[in-house]
Design a protein around this ligand. Structure first.
Ligand SMILES: CC(C)(COP(=O)(O)OP(=O)(O)OC[C@H]1O[C@@H](n2cnc3c(N)ncnc32)[C@H](O)[C@@H]1OP(=O)(O)O)[C@@H](O)C(=O)NCCC(=O)NCCS
Length: 203
């Protein structure tokens, strides 16, 4: 797919606020060279993010989750193809428990609506987070939990340099498949990012 990427904080009229679900917009209406916008989450599009999450994930996210992602700037984004919301990535920043003054990025959610997958949208959102992490000298790594049976996501993260470092049994409480892998990508500053796993195991 040919496209242009625009990363910005500005808002524009959000058509999904008047439609019942972002997933009802068919991919057939996408123009041949759409522009991809990665927009910060704020009051104008937080309802769009909620609809995307309802469509994408079997987990309910709390009001405090949606408050939190409006305060992390570049670390939470809604992806739009032109003006159509098609995916989102939401992270939080956590202190490194064993390294004072250092931080890590935890990816809470990343998803692309099913009709829009395999068009590099997931890649663009993840790469944006990696780029942001590399800009911040205090950030050491990016990590997340991935359901053991989610082979698509495991392949996706593997091809982006993430490595499995732990198995978290019964990590998910309210869904059937409860086990998760912890996958990690170390962040290096001033050099190409490393794909090696971290020796730090406090997840
Ligand atoms: C995981 C997910 C975000 C990937 O998004 P995407 O936009 O389809 O991914 P991309 O097009 O950027 O794929 C990049 C690369 O990842 C790998 N990949 C992506 N989907 C894959 C699949 N179904 N099987 C194998 N490899 C896959 C491929 O190497 C792909 O490159 P290629 O298309 O050139 O072969 C998407 O499948 C999704 O939303 N899944 C449901 C939600 C989820 O499980 N999120 C992850 C846990 S938070």
């Amino acid at each position: 797919m040919n496209h242009h990427l625009v990363v910005s904080q500005q808002s524009f009229t959000d058509p999904s606020t008047t439609s019942p679900s972002p997933s009802v917009i068919p991919p057939s209406i996408i123009p041949p060279s759409p522009t991809i916008h990665l927009k910060n989450v704020s009051s104008w599009n937080v309802d769009t993010l909620k609809k995307l999450h309802l469509t994408l994930f079997p987990v309910h996210y709390s009001d405090s989750f949606y408050e939190q992602v409006q305060n992390v700037g570049e670390f939470a984004k809604v992806a739009y193809l032109d003006s159509i919301p098609v995916g989102a990535i939401c992270c939080r920043i956590e202190p490194e428990l064993q390294q004072e003054g250092k931080y890590r990025v935890y990816i809470m959610t990343l998803g692309v609506l099913e009709p829009y997958r395999r068009r590099r949208l997931g890649h663009l959102m993840l790469q944006h987070i990696v780029d942001q992490a590399q800009l911040q000298p205090t950030i050491t790594r990016i990590y997340l939990h991935v359901q053991v049976l989610n082979t698509t996501a495991l392949s996706f993260y593997h091809c982006h340099g993430f490595q499995k470092v732990a198995l978290a049994r019964d990590y998910y409480k309210n869904i059937h498949d409860k086990d998760a892998y912890v996958v990690v990508k170390n962040i290096t500053h001033g050099a190409p990012s490393s794909s090696s796993s971290s020796s730090n195991t406090d997840y």
